[in-house]
Every structure is written in C-alpha cells, then in structure tokens.
Design a protein around this ligand. Sequence first.
Ligand code: SF4
Length: 605
Amino acid sequence: MYAYWGKILRVNLTDGSIKEEHFDEKFAKKWLGTRGFGIYYLLKEMDPTVDPLSPENKMIFATGPLTGTTAPTGGRYMVITKSPLTGYIAMANSGGFFGAELKFAGWDAIIVEGASDHPVYLYINDESVELRDASHLWGKTSTETEEALKEEIGDKRIRVALIGPAGENLVRFAAIMNDEHRAAGRGGVGAVMGSKKLKAIVVRGHKRVEVADRAKFTSVVKEKTDKLRNDPTAGGGLPKYGTAVLVNIINQNGLYPTRNFQYSQFEYAEEQSGEAMAAKYLVRNKPCYACPIGCGRVNRLPTLGITEGPEYESIWALGAHNGINDLASIIEANHLADEYGMDTISLGGTLATAMELYEKGLLKQEDLGEDAPPFRWGNTEVLHYYIEKIAKREGFGDKLAEGGYRLAEMYNGVEYFMGVKKQELPAYDPRGAEGHGLGYATNNRGGCHIKQYMISPEILGYPYKMDPHDISDEKVKMVITFQDLTALIDAAGLCVFTTFGLGADDYRDMLNAALGWDLSTEEYMKIGERIWNAERLFNLRAGLDPLKEDTLPKRLLEEPVKNGPNKGHVVRLHLMLPRYYKFRGWTEDGKIPEEKLKELGLEGL
Ligand code: SF4
C-alpha cells in the first residue's frame, strides 16, 4: 500500500495498554481516511447512546492518505468522537503541522479509549509510544503546555495536540489545539479529551510518506497547485486578507448575522474586515503544512504582541454576532479562546444567546452577579471577562460553559438559541442563501457551514453561480454533492479551501497518483456518500429524531430579514427537506432504508 502505513495505534487509558493494529487496502478503499476511519470504528466498536463524557466514548485521531504528502494543503487530521454538545457525531478537522507529523511517525490513526484516573499525555516518537504523567501540565494554557512539553522532551520540533483549561473543565465547546493557534474546534472534542484526562498528544516522526509514482504525483501536485495559485480566491483574496476577506463580501450580500441573527448586515463590518486587519495589525500570513494558500494570519497588537488569527468565523462570532465593534478586542478575545482552548463559533454564539436573553429580560443582572459585566450588545467587557470564567467554570461562566442551547433552556428562551442540533450556527444568515440553510439543517454535526459550503455556489460562484433564493431540485442536489465532496476532501486529508480552484476530478487525480489506484471520480464520490450516510446512521442510533431535528431556528424559518438585499426572505426549508431525503435515497421521515445501507456497503455495521 502506498500513502498509508496500514497502522493504527490503539491506546486504552483505563488500563494503560498500547497496541498496534493493521488495516488493508480493501479497508482503505472503502473508508479512505480521517472521517471514514473514524466513523467506521465508532459504528463498529461503540454504543452510540453512551454518555459522550464517559470512558465508554472513543476518540479517533485520524489522517488521510494525502496527509504528510506534498499535495496542496495535505496536512490535515481529524478528531472523530461523540459530541458532548450535540449528543451526535463530532468530526473536527485541523491544519497546522500535527497531522503531517503523525504520519511521519508512521501512524495513520490513533484510537483513544477508556479514561485515565490522573492527567496523562501520550508521547509518540516513531514506533516508540508511551503514556506519561501530565499532572504538572493540568491547568496550563495552550502555549504554556506546548512550551513545557518542548522543554521537558528536549526537542523543539515536536508537534502537539492538546487541551487547555476549557477542555479540562469539560466546557461543552472546548477545542483541541495544535501548533498553538490551530483548532479542531467544533463539537466539544476538547471536553471529551478532558473527560479522559488526556492533556496532550505529542508526536515526532522521521519517515517520509511513499507515494505510488513519485514523478507522476509531483507533476499532478504541481498542476493542482498552479490551479490554486491562479484562482482569484485561493491565490488572491485568501492569502492577502485571510478568511476575513469574506467580512465585506458577506456583509454586502446581506448574510452577515448581526446581534444574534436579528439583523443581516452589520453597520461596522468594514472596520473589522480582512482589509482593516491587514492595514492595522497584520505582520504576515501563515500557511499550514504544504499549503500554497496561507490563509492564517499573524498579527501584532500593541497590548498583546504577536498572536495568530482571528479568521472570519471568529471575527464574526466575537464581533457582529454580539454587536461588538472593536477589532483589537476581538483579536485579544480570539487569542484568549485559543489559550484556554475553545471553539470561537460556539463561544460567540453562546455569548450572543446570553445577550438576547438579557435584552428580552429573561436573564437578569442578579443572575450574573453584581460586579459582572452586563450582556449589552456591543459591550466588549463581556468578551474578556466571561472567556476566562467559562474556561474555569466560575460564577455565571459555569452556565455559559454548557453552550447556548442549554443556557437558553435554563432561562426559558430556547427560541433565542441560533443553532442546529444544539450546536451554534456559523457566520452566514441562510435567509440570504437558502441552500446553505438546507445544509445547516441536515448537517450531521449540527450547526456547521464547512461540511457543505453552499456559500460557494450561492454567493461566490464556485463551481458556478446559483441564485441564493433558488430552491429547485438542482439546488437540493448541489447541497448533497457538496456534503459528499467535503466528506471526500476531509477523508483525503486536505483542506476544504481547495474547492476554490479544484473540483472532484482534481482530487481523483491526486489520490490515484499517490495511491496507485485507478478509481473514477464517481467511485471517489461514493466514498464521500458512504461516509455521510455512516455518520447519519450513527446519529440515528444515538437517538436523532429527523423530522424534529433536521431543522433551523424558528427565526430563520418565520421572521423575514429586516435589512439589506435579502429583506423579506425566510428559509423555505419545508419545501427542500422532503426532496433532500428523496435524493439521498432515504425514507420520508429521514431514515436510511436497508437497500441504501446495502448499496453503500454499510449493512452489518
Ligand atoms: S487554506 Fe488556510 S486553513 Fe487551509 S490548509 Fe491553507 S492555511 Fe491552513
């Protein structure tokens, strides 16, 4: 087998055992990598109804076949587990260098099971793997932990995936951080790591990933890299302004959710755009491993010095979503969220829920404590004060640490929670891109944009421009194509931003050259479809009620947009969802029939 080692590391934290397991090409052809491997092991080995924060939950850290190769953006890894935020599947993806290093160490994936009774870290140095005590690291932030580990191990070139205090304290939206500012952010995967008392995974590898035909692979990679460099977004807007290049574009198009989706344009968007950040704070851009795009930002703030980020979602979640117009405070808040290790989208969404609960009088100052800053739109104090309180679960921070849905439930305001399947929504108002709304509603991991980025066709024109308010069969099928394609790109070990410039045939070319396979584009897309359905199967077994939960917040379905170019629009989900189920080959109530499971080779799992 090329581009794989065929080796999986199994670590049981309850009894401390460490084992090496193997997989063959047949398995690789069926599941490809990352999400594919993860969902296979979860379905095969775990009861989907287990408590996500119990030792019975498993975590899979998996690479794809292109992780660690020279394929553009080939540095991704994925964490797959049951989410403590949604109760359904979590598959959180991250760039940086950790994924590639894991591959260089000779491992395709790590299965973590059980739970330790004291803090530990896993140290992988090629074949040598050991669990070490991490009691002295417990309570440390991301940077402190990484620095302490480098010092202790005596090797500055180690790569580390870790949790900060938020993960330790089981904040339901805690992230796993790697390379200090890269995050496997969504779904609370950091809390699962915290529940297992696993502070960090440290990796150092010295091998090179072998591909089937080096000359051919090099030429295919060059061709695809050139395509990305020549694309105006992947080779222009993203390197120049980072993902924050979207702030002005999305705001002008009237999809920039403001004050908890009460409005769809933010009056101060320009002041916190990628362009503004570049003018005021940008030092340079920073690519992940093997990435020709380089959307990462390195900024310098007089108060803070050098930091990384924020990207588009974080600027929005900590800014417009909360009515906040202070770019410096947003950058600082993003830095704090990275240090404590939490998902900025869910963090911002939870704060915005609190803002609206406060505005509506459901949440009162006496609930917060006399000295705590009030949840008034635009109050920057909220950011700095509560991020630390959430991470430490102190005072009202303990309630915020439960996420927006549970908070809204506590204060009788569930209608003010803007999320899907208990996960906070990202930075696009779907009333201005209805296919994107269908994508949110049907996403296996709840409120998420990145597993079907319908903003591409509906707003940006990739692979071609579609009317954002068209809800034809073509649009519904495009949502399905984007979901399956994203599963494929993730499983390959690449970044979804390559879709600005590359199409399904390009991924096929790179995979075939690396693996020595001869699969068609359709066969690769089938792998994506299999992964999507397997994740759905997990959710159904975990208790998903499709007709109740494949939905959007009432506001997006019933309250027409108040301002901007989409004024008057809602998402007509009820007209799209039945066709989505039909085109997926599912039943009218959103279940997967036996014949579909058979067609995808999922029977018996
Ligand atoms: S496009 Fe951005 S997030 Fe994706 S691999 Fe490159 S630098 Fe990382």
